[in-house]
Design a protein around this ligand. Structure first.
Ligand code: SF4
Ligand code: SF4
Length: 86
């Protein structure tokens, strides 16, 4: 009489515990300098925490570096910087 030797390995199934599937996207705004308003005073350059502002003829925002913190908007006395959606 054949004996079915049932030694099936009951391994643990593939666990799919991945936490709360973090798939959040934050669309941070981007600072934009209005060329017609910027008086090239340079006041916004150093205070930018991301180092995203530099001076050419006018202030220029590096879109890659800008975190959209909005700090420069208040700094600019000429009202030349505005936050725009990316
Ligand atoms: S929004 Fe913030 S990070 Fe972007 S240029 Fe202005 S100060 Fe820098
Ligand atoms: S503070 Fe305003 S006016 Fe001065 S350089 Fe920056 S964007 Fe231009």
């Amino acid at each position: 009489m054949p004996r079915g030797d049932g030694t099936g390995p009951w391994g643990q199934g593939p666990g799919t515990g991945r936490g709360n599937g973090g798939c959040e996207k934050k669309a941070s705004p981007l600072a934009v300098v209005e060329a017609g308003k910027c008086v090239s005073c340079g006041a916004c350059i150093d205070p930018c925490p991301a180092g995203a502002l530099s001076m050419k003829d006018i202030a220029v925002v590096d879109a890659v570096k800008c975190t959209g913190c909005g700090a420069c908007v208040d700094l600019c006395s000429a009202g030349a910087i505005a936050m725009k959606p990316r």
